[in-house]
Each structure stands twice: as C-alpha cells, then as structure tokens.
Ligand binder design. Structure first.
Ligand code: TXA
Ligand code: MG
Length: 344
C-alpha cells in the first residue's frame, strides 16, 4: 500500500481524507494533542484495521472524535450535566469524556466495554474531515502500540509507511501529550489520564475530582483498570529510562557519577551546560512546562535507539501541564525514580 501524504493547507485535503474515511480506510489526522490513526468509528471492519496497523490489544478501546457537544446524545446516554459544563468550557480541546455508550457504537470501538470515550478536537482540518465524513472518527494515538506517541506527520510515516492509506500533515502538535480523560460514569468524576486540560481546571468546573491510582502508580498487566490502555507498557524507548529527581546540581552530580559511554541524558534546556560530554538532549525549558509537553515525545522517539544503554531523565515538578509530563515520563521509566538528594 502506498501511504499518501496530504497537506492540511491544501483545500482539497478535507474532502479527499473524508472520502477515504467513508470507504473504511485508515487516515492519520493531526490534532492539537498528538496525531491520531483515524477510521470510521461506526464501522467495525474499519476499526479492526486500526488495531491491526498499531498492533494494539483488542481490549484497549478507542476515542470517538466528534465536532461538537450536540453529538454526545447520538453516541452516549445518561449524560450528566457535568459533561455539558465540561464540553462548554473545554471543547474543542484536549479533553476526553467517558460516558455510557449507545448501541450504535460498535464493541470493536469500545473494546467490548459498555462505555465510550468521546472528544472534540481543536485542529480545524480534522474537524472539517469529521464533518465531511459524516461519521465520528475513532482514533488512538498514531504510534505503533507501546511506542512514544506521534507529534509530527514524519513520526506517523516512520511507524506506518505502507501500512495506512494517508497521513494529513498539519505540522507539529501544539500540546504534545494526549488528551485528559475524565470518567463521568460513576457518582464522582474520575481522572483516568492527565493531559492538556489540567486537574486544577477540571476541579474548578466540577468541584470534585478523584485521581485514578493508575495515574500515579505502576499497574500490573493482569490488573482491572478503568482505562484499559493504562496497563500496557507505554511511551517507552527500548532501553531503560531512569528519572533522577532532586535539585539541579545534585541531580547532575548523580548522573555524571553514574554515566557510562552509550548512555544519554534527557534534560531541560537550562541544564544543558551541566551535561557536557554526557550526550544531553533537551526536550524543553523547565521554566515553561508547555514547551516540555510539546517536546517530550519527539525526544523519546530520538532516544528510541538500540545503541543507547540507558537514559537518565529530568522530570518537571508541580501541577498544570507539568503533571501530564510527569505521568508520561514516569510511565516511560516504568516508575523507576532515583532521588539524587537521598543518594550518598
Ligand atoms: O489526545 C488524544 O486523546 C489522542 C488523539 C488522537 O485524540 N488519542 C489518544 O488515544 O491518546 P489512545 O487510544 O492512544 O488513548 C486512549 C486511552 C486509552 O488508554 C484507552 O484505554 C482509554 O483512552 N479509553 C478509551 N475508551 C475508554 C473507555 N470507554 N473507558 C475507559 N478508558 C477508555
Ligand atoms: Mg496512545
């Protein structure tokens, strides 16, 4: 199969991509978070192709992408007032809500669950493609299963050249980490995955938010978790990643003492001078957490290299978007964290 690269700026792109979607084909689409691997979310055969292309376990459900909140009742029922409040405040944008699914949503899409995840992306070309296709687009992050997510069309091409029909190139994704997921099917709203909409922003609207334990701690492969995707190995380069926490100079001293040739350091731009000779790679500025979220996956992809021995990584602290960066980096490190201050 020849994978066609479509320019998001080309006025013919939305109709062309929408046609492919209607034909049950696979089209990678840009969103403000990461690139998605899209197909007609109501067509089980089309959705099955997503799982095959990604190598994704069949029990890991997909997000349905729609253009506006009015479409929620088509695909969901028992929609609480909170869902409309969140949609009004954060859609289009990096927020996904989990709600009870209507029968029109195939079990293939929901991974067999009775609920469905739904989101309204912000990127205009993708909204136009959904509109013209006339169906919701089911799309997971477009990376091969287990690999760091795709934040450029080139990342998607790298993973899927010859395996999917087309990629819409909309340039690099602004947010850079996947959407925030909130489960609204229980009595209390539950954060299943932190992302571009921060826990603080959610709490301001909802007045209440439970953080699922899979967000902050490792999950065993056989565990029953709310978001099935949480239990799989994620975002990880092939070599081990170790997060070194603590003040800048202490962390640098620890890393320099343990560094062996072939290792790499993933750090903040402000820290580059501390790692001369240690093959440092900066993924953004510590003083600007959104630069870290925008740069994280591209950096993890560069570091996904069999010649690398070990990656020592620096992780931002605090809330806001930094909370989502911590979550992805800790998962990439399989929660292997060393506190430089506690080390001799
Ligand atoms: O930003 C994003 O959300 C991107 C872009 C393309 O929209 N998509 C994305 O999809 O990150 P994916 O498939 O990589 O991650 C979706 C996560 C998975 O962990 C999955 O298990 C969870 O959402 N999920 C999907 N449906 C669910 C449901 N009904 N209940 C609980 N978790 C669900
Ligand atoms: Mg993903």
């Amino acid at each position: 199969m020849n994978t066609i690269l479509l320019d998001a700026q080309d006025p013919k792109t939305p109709a062309f991509a929408a046609d492919l979607i209607r034909q049950g084909r696979l089209v990678a689409i840009p969103t403000e978070t990461v690139y998605g691997l899209g197909a007609d979310g109501l067509n089980p055969e089309a959705v099955a192709k997503i799982f095959a292309a990604k190598g994704r376990p069949g029990d890991n459900p997909l997000i349905l992408h729609v253009t506006d909140p009015e479409q929620m009742p088509r695909f969901c029922h028992h929609i609480p007032e909170a869902a409309y409040l969140l949609a009004e405040r954060f859609w289009p944008g990096p927020l996904t809500m989990v709600l009870p699914a209507n029968p029109c949503v195939p079990k293939r899409t929901t991974g067999g669950l009775s609920t469905v995840a739904i989101r309204c992306p912000k990127t205009e070309v993708t909204r136009e493609i959904i509109r013209l296709a006339g169906v919701p687009i089911a799309a997971p992050s477009a990376n091969l299963s287990g690999k760091p997510s795709t934040t450029t069309a080139q990342h998607v091409l790298h993973d899927h050249r010859g395996r999917i029909d087309a990629i819409v190139d909309g340039g690099p994704c602004a947010v850079g980490v996947e959407s925030t997921i909130v489960d609204l099917t229980e009595s209390r709203p539950r954060l299943l995955r932190p992302g571009g909409v921060t826990p603080e922003e959610l709490t301001a609207v909802l007045g209440d938010l439970v953080v699922d334990k899979a967000v902050t701690a490792p999950v065993r492969g056989d565990a029953i978790v709310k978001a099935p995707g949480m239990k799989y190995r994620h975002y990880a380069p092939q070599e081990p990643v170790v997060i070194v926490s603590g003040p800048r100079e202490k962390a640098a001293a620890y890393i320099r003492a343990h560094f062996t040739p072939g290792d790499r350091v993933l750090c903040f731009e402000e820290e580059l001078p501390l790692y001369t000779g240690c093959a440092p790679l900066a993924y953004g500025r510590e003083a600007d957490a959104s630069s870290l979220s925008a740069g994280l996956f591209a950096a993890l992809r560069i570091l996904d290299d069999p010649t690398i021995g070990r990656v020592y990584a620096r992780c931002p602290e605090g809330g806001g978007i930094a909370y989502a960066v911590q979550n992805r980096l800790k998962k990439a490190a399989a929660f292997h964290i060393v506190d430089a201050e506690a080390e001799p």
